[in-house]
Design a protein. Structure first.
Length: 117
């Protein structure tokens, strides 16, 4: 699965941002068979889980984003989105979308989110 992420940018603390990731070269049924997720990596830190959504729609969130971020997917558009609100400078990172099926994982190119104080 080839993934394309977009939507990053500069936002002030307390603001909102929506990230999108799509798979334009993947057939719909293949996309819908994958669990999708967002991860992030801040400078000098390890990549961490932000949120995942299974093929059936079950979601898991990292502790630091619970209640602030919402992950969703649109099978017909082959898109997974991450709605982020209440952003803080600690949310500054490169955000990566991910597709997983079994032991196989694919990563998008990453999109930078910068939150200013």
């Amino acid at each position: 699965v080839q993934l394309q992420a977009s939507g990053g940018g500069l936002v002030q603390a307390g603001g909102s941002l929506r990230l999108s990731c799509n798979a334009p070269r993947t057939i719909t049924s293949e996309f819908n068979s994958h669990d999708m997720g967002w991860y992030r990596q801040a400078p000098g830190k390890q990549r961490e889980l932000v949120a995942t959504i299974t093929a059936s729609g079950s979601t898991v969130y990292g502790d630091s984003v619970k209640g602030r971020f919402t992950i969703s997917r649109n099978g017909s558009r082959k898109t997974v989105s991450l709605q982020m609100s209440g952003l803080t400078p600690s949310d500054t990172a490169v955000y990566y979308c991910n597709a997983k099926r079994g032991e196989t994982m694919s990563w998008g190119q990453g999109t930078l989110v910068t939150v200013s104080s």
